[in-house]
Design a protein around this ligand. Structure first.
Ligand code: FAD
Length: 445
């Protein structure tokens, strides 16, 4: 499997992974195919995930700027077509309490506001006609140990006080009787407005909106080299060269090593793994006590998350392999199935129907960065840390604002570049160390 830390390109025209989403979502909308003749453009966007497509859409609709998207494989071939489809009002991994401590209340509120706008933006775009199998609302953040409920209650209290966010607190019995009889759940907080959807159909919906608004989109068109001069950029693709005045890098965790000096050594691609089981029978649903389609995530350092899909399968996710070379080792999918069965012993005979993984993009400081170089002609948005389905729509809009020269809120997400990883060649060793620490923390503390 493509490994962004070792390979120079994510491929060219690669098919979608054999995921549940790729199997049930029908046909991708049409694009212009591979770019075959040289072109001159004002704005080139590299990468056709949510970030790139939202940026193109907002450039077209808010500023009348027509962008050209260059995608190495298919639209939403990266994370955007293979995630769990949880729409939450968060991004990155930094708790609000830490933001408050580090930057103060005003900045923390402004960051929350942007993340909330991300979730609202997705819903607004869906309301324009995207059919993406939206499920009933509700997000349960589950304590994986009794002592974790105290932390959850503190987080809920902060969010209620600071943002007026209505968060319910649920005891172990309430979770198990009203939502799902999860043997690893020791209480939860429930946000009323998180929900699950089909992430690939969402991305194809963005694609259609962006193309209808005038965006040109070329797939099977990897940018293999980029050169910058006083006049702008020259992007090399297999059959043509693109001259662009401005470039937006929307490649996130799929950015190849050494691709652009501006982001080199400033991100860590980490594999996240998903399994989707065969559909549960009525009896299995009864025996396991899974009554809800709401989205569920736990409090572990190495998180697990799940949801019941519209056809009664369970989607279950967590960390994957460390390197692309081991990504397809069945060990990682089997481990998820074992954890699922430890939560629901009644599902002992349940089997996995689909398993796949994808590269999320970690930043050193646990927040996403939407930034531009000094010359204001190279822009990027990266580092959602595995929580980018809703926020990438907002990040795309903010990228568009920046490209058009408009003001954006003065918050660290938009004013500071991705920090460099110290000892960057050893990032994977650090990741391995974090996994060991996480295992100990999740088991014993
Ligand atoms: C298994 C998994 C589960 C997840 N679940 C959730 C979830 O439930 N909720 C949530 O909020 N987030 C989730 N995420 C994260 C979320 O999917 C991402 O944050 C989001 O999709 C990022 O979108 P993007 O457009 O920035 O990048 P991507 O969708 O990754 O798109 C990047 C694109 O760039 C292209 N590219 C790279 N290099 C080049 C090049 N040189 N030339 C041309 N094209 C190039 C790639 O082919 C790719 O299509 C999950 C991620 C994974 C992997």
């Amino acid at each position: 499997m493509y490994d962004p830390l070792f390979h120079q390109s994510p491929g060219c025209g690669e098919r979608y992974p054999d995921s549940y989403w790729a199997n049930i979502s029908g046909q991708a909308p049409k694009n212009l195919g591979p770019l075959e003749a040289n072109i001159d453009v004002d704005v080139a966007i590299i990468g056709a995930g949510y970030t790139g497509m939202s940026c193109a859409l907002h450039l077209a609709e808010e500023y009348g700027i027509k962008a050209t998207i260059l995608e190495a494989n298919q639209s939403a071939w990266g994370c955007s077509g293979r995630n769990a489809g949880f729409i939450l009002k968060t991004s990155g991994r930094k708790p609000f309490a830490q933001m408050q401590q580090q930057w103060g209340e005003e900045v923390m509120r402004a960051i929350y506001q942007e993340m909330a706008e991300g979730a609202e933006r997705v819903q607004h775009l869906i309301s324009r006609g995207i059919d993406c199998d939206v499920q009933p609302a509700g997000y349960l953040k589950v304590a994986h140990k009794a002592n974790k409920l105290t932390d959850l209650i503190a987080a809920a209290a902060l969010q209620k006080k600071m943002f007026g966010y209505q968060v319910e607190i649920l005891s172990k019995q309430e979770v198990r009787q009203q939502y799902m009889n999860d043997q690893n759940a020791f209480g939860a907080i429930r946000y009323r407005d998180g929900f699950g959807l089909n992430p690939l159909k969402l991305a194809w919906g963005y694609q259609k909106l962006a193309v209808d608004a005038g965006t040109d989109m070329y797939c099977s068109t990897p940018v293999t080299e980029s050169r910058q001069s006083a006049k702008g950029f020259e992007l090399t693709t297999p059959s043509a060269v693109v001259k662009a005045k401005k470039v937006v890098l929307a490649t996130n965790g799929y950015t190849p090593q050494g691709f652009m000096p501006t982001v080199n050594n400033r991100y860590l691609p980490v594999l996240s793994q998903i399994i989707v089981t065969e559909p549960l029978t009525e009896q299995q649903l009864l025996d396991s006590g899974i009554k809800t389609n709401q989205v569920v995530m736990d409090t572990r350092a190495l998180k697990y998350y799940y949801r019941k899909l519209p056809d009664n399968r369970i989607l279950f996710g967590g960390r994957g392999a460390i390197s692309g070379k081991s990504a397809k080792d069945p060990y990682y999918a089997n481990r998820l199935l074992e954890v699922l069965k430890s939560s629901f012993p009644a599902l002992e005979t349940l089997r996995t129907a689909y398993a796949w993984s994808g590269w999320i993009c970690m930043s050193l400081d646990d927040i996403p960065h939407i930034y531009q170089n000094n010359e204001q002609n190279l822009f990027y948005s990266m580092g959602y840390c595995g929580a980018g389905v809703s926020f990438s729509s907002q990040a795309g809009k903010r990228l568009a604002d920046k490209v058009a020269g408009a003001q954006v809120p003065n918050i660290p997400l938009y004013t500071s570049p991705l920090p460099k990883f110290p000892f960057a060649p050893l990032r994977r060793v650090g990741q391995w160390g974090y996994f060991q620490y996480g295992k100990v923390k999740d088991r014993w503390f």
